[in-house]
Design a protein around this ligand. Sequence first.
Ligand code: MG
Length: 346
Amino acid sequence: MSLATDFERVSLELENAFTIARGTQETVENVVVHVRDDDGTVGVGAAAPSAHYGETAATVEAVLPELLAVVEDVGDPHRLDRIERRMRETVERNPAARCAVSIALHDLVCKRLDVPLYRYWGLDPEAAVSTSYTIGIDTTERVAEKTETAVERGYSTLKVKVGTDRDEEIVSTVRERAPDATIRVDANEAWTPREAVRKIDALAAYDLEFVEQPVPAGDPDGLEFVRNRSALPIAADESCVTLEDVPQIAGRVDVANLKLMKCGGLREATRMIHAARAHGLEVMLGCMVETNVAIAAAAHLAPLLDYADLDGSLLVADDPYDGVPMPAGEIDLESLDRPGTGARHA
Ligand code: MG
């Protein structure tokens, strides 16, 4: 067997400019990877690089030739463990680039076997949790409008970005416009531990589910300080990047927020999910702003999760790809009528 590979950059325009505590994005660049077998079956994957973790579309494109040389050298897409191990040995950093290849290989393997990815893994589609829909930082008026749109579209769980000097106004606006929604907030490292305790105390009045990454990633003791003094559960995102981080956050937070683009692949994500559970953590799977080529793969892990935040493609105005159906945020794996991740040109 031999494998052929290629990749291309895809520009994604966001429906709304997306602002979090550390910056604003209007367009996002992903890199789509193809792996083709002798029969002409093509697996597709994507990298959604995050500058916060040192990656851009250009760094992904710079290392993909080395990673795809590993794929072509091994030559058998079913040797997923071997390929992922050798990719990690070849390019230790650049997890989004490795992840693109991991997704393309899983898609190819499942297409060769003619099963959707969740069935390949033996997961129960009925156990899939729904995804939240994210409301970025904006003027109070725009936050109100975005919340109304989200409610109209049927999203029952909203994730609200905070970390401003008017967080309470933002959260109260969302709660007023979405009285029945489950609301979680994400501070993206914006607060000091003492500030976080004060802020969370005030925000707890709006009936929130949990607070994500209140303090900087480099301060695990700060996370523990906040968790021990807060009325709301605490999730770690920027503090939970790779498998080795899981024991570091255990006992310091309640929820581990994993992302494919942080950990470097589907097999590593699965290991992190089980490690987090073994350490008594609840598990959330999040995303960057991502095309469905990447989101579709993450969606197949939904049966293993407590919380999903897989709205990356829902925030994109013109995603060229379809993926797993997510009507009103419900990750509907059972209705997927094609093998692999389900990603295909829209
Ligand atoms: Mg986050």
